[in-house]
Design a protein. Structure first.
Length: 182
C-alpha cells in the first residue's frame, strides 16, 4: 500500500517524464539495423573507364602535392582514367613512368595529393595571392590521395564532373591490387 507521499512521488516522476518527453528529451534512437557481416552500404561506384587518359603537365609542386593540368575539354571519363592511372602507379611504384617522381611519392609524410585541372585557367587558385582566377570555390576536375596516418597504401579517387557533381571512383577502404602497369 502506498502512502500519500509515495503516491505524490510517483505522480511527480510521471509528470517529469512527460515534460521531458514533450520538451524533446528522448532516449537515444534505436541503432540502425546492420547488414550481413562483410557487406557494406551499397554505393554505386562507376566502372573503370576504357578510354585513354589525357596527357597532362605539371603545373605546380610543393612538399606533398602535385597540381596537374590536362586539356581544357578533357571528358569526365578521361579525367577518371587519369585518376585510375595514378592509383595503378602508386601500387606498382611506377610514377616515374608517368613522368612524376616516384621518389617524391615514396617520401610522403604520410600523404601525397594529386590535383587535376581541366586547363590551366583555374589551376593557380590554391597558390594565388589576391583575386582568385575562377571565383572562391575549388575547380579541380579530379583528385587522387595516397596514404594516411594509419595506412600508407590507403588511397582515394574523386571525379568532379563537368556538370559540377562529385563522385567517388572506388571504395578507399578496400585493398587494391593494380590491374595494369603504365
Amino acid at each position: 500500500m502506498y502512502t500519500s507521499g509515495g503516491r505524490r512521488s510517483i505522480a511527480l516522476a510521471s509528470l517529469a517524464v512527460g515534460v521531458l518527453h514533450l520538451a524533446g528529451c528522448k532516449s537515444a534512437p534505436p541503432a540502425p539495423a546492420k547488414g550481413t557481416p562483410g557487406t557494406e552500404t551499397a554505393y554505386n561506384y562507376p566502372p573503370r573507364p576504357t578510354v585513354n587518359a589525357p596527357a597532362f603537365k605539371l603545373f605546380h609542386q610543393d612538399n606533398d602535392t602535385y597540381t596537374l593540368v590536362t586539356k581544357d575539354n578533357a571528358t569526365d571519363d578521361e579525367i577518371s582514367a587519369l585518376i585510375w592511372e595514378f592509383r595503378d602507379a602508386a601500387h606498382n611504384h611506377s610514377f616515374d613512368a608517368l613522368h612524376l617522381s616516384q621518389k617524391f611519392v615514396d617520401a610522403r609524410k604520410p600523404t601525397v595529393w594529386v590535383h587535376v585541372y581541366r586547363g590551366s585557367k583555374c589551376a593557380s587558385e590554391k597558390y594565388t595571392k589576391g583575386a582568385l582566377p575562377c571565383d572562391a570555390s575549388y575547380h579541380g576536375a579530379g583528385d587522387y590521395t595516397l596514404g594516411d596516418y594509419k595506412n600508407p597504401q590507403w588511397d582515394d579517387g574523386v571525379l568532379r564532373r563537368a556538370d559540377g557533381t562529385e563522385i567517388q571512383l572506388w571504395n578507399p577502404d578496400v585493398p587494391y591490387t593494380p590491374t595494369t602497369t603504365p
